[in-house]
Design a protein around this ligand. Structure first.
Ligand SMILES: Nc1ncnc2c1ncn2[C@@H]1O[C@H](COP(=O)(O)OP(=O)(O)OP(=O)(O)O)[C@@H](O)[C@H]1O
Length: 249
């Protein structure tokens, strides 16, 4: 059944909770010659526990939006909420705490520390998080229990990305924000990484946002948001989500 219908039918106490809301956010980059509207008025709601895919041409504003939701950047105008907390004018130290307590990031290039093992890379986060899972548990969740003592250079691209995901989830974030997590991977390895993201989303109910250029990946999402020229051009809700292994590209 279409989840949009379910949302209309259930009582308020069962309705999915809005976890992110934006109201007419813009992001303007002013260089010497030109003004770039990276975001040109975005109204958005993301729901707790959902996996959302953001699709759109290069330069359409996807990363800019993700960075604002993740507290890495401020919008030029408009308003942004995480639950009841407004992020719009939050101080840098407030945003640092927000990121530390609530947000896990996964990027296209894994950003692992080359001189540290997989376990030590994850421990960089677990050492400072308020309620982390042990690094070993996070690495087991991504299927790397046998590779904990390996250095990044001893791991494949997909394995390094799984370490990066383990590092992101080890602090038990409410939100997992992924910018092109499979962009540097071949399709088989990319599917393995997507399986891990789906597993985390299902197992922990972690609200997950995935930016991709690969339109096929939208089939694993609960919600798909299309960007064009700094605006949302379409939002779609998938009645059914395919397992990553069922997606072919
Ligand atoms: N620091 C910056 N200074 C100037 N312009 C920027 C800056 N960051 C992004 N932009 C511009 O803002 C627009 C949106 O960029 P953004 O990275 O959000 O797009 P995107 O949809 O994520 O693209 P891609 O899929 O290629 O990563 C682009 O025109 C980009 O050139």
């Amino acid at each position: 059944m279409d989840s949009a219908l379910i949302k209309g039918d259930v009582g308020a106490q069962d309705a999915p909770k809005v976890i992110f809301r934006t109201e007419q956010i813009t992001k303007v980059y002013q260089t010497a010659e030109v003004k770039v509207f990276a975001l040109a008025g975005v109204d958005l709601a993301l729901y707790e526990g959902e996996l959302t895919v953001l699709l759109g041409p290069s330069g359409s504003g996807k990363s800019t939006l993700l960075n604002i939701l993740g507290g890495l950047d401020h919008a030029t105008d408009g308003r942004v909420w995480f639950g009841d907390t407004e992020l719009t004018h939050m101080s840098e130290s407030g945003l640092t705490k927000y990121r530390r307590d609530h947000v896990g990031f996964v990027f296209q290039f894994y950003n692992l520390v080359p001189s540290l093992t997989a376990r030590e890379n994850v421990q960089l986060v677990t050492d400072v998080a308020p309620d982390p899972m042990p690094a070993q548990e996070a690495l087991t969740l991504v299927g790397l229990e046998k590779r904990m003592n390996h250095f990044p250079s001893e791991l494949s691209g997909g394995e390094q990305q799984r370490v990066a995901i383990a590092r992101a989830i080890a602090k038990r974030p409410q939100i997992l924000l992924c910018d092109e997590p499979t962009g540097a991977l071949d399709s088989t390895t990319g599917v393995q990484v997507l399986e891990v993201l789906r597993d985390i989303n299902e197992r922990f109910g972690t609200t997950t946002v995935v930016i991709t250029h690969n339109a096929e990946i939208q089939r694993m999402a609960h919600r798909v948001i299309f960007f064009q020229d700094g605006k949302i051009s379409e939002t779609k809700i998938n009645a059914q989500q395919l397992a990553p292994s069922e997606i072919v590209w």
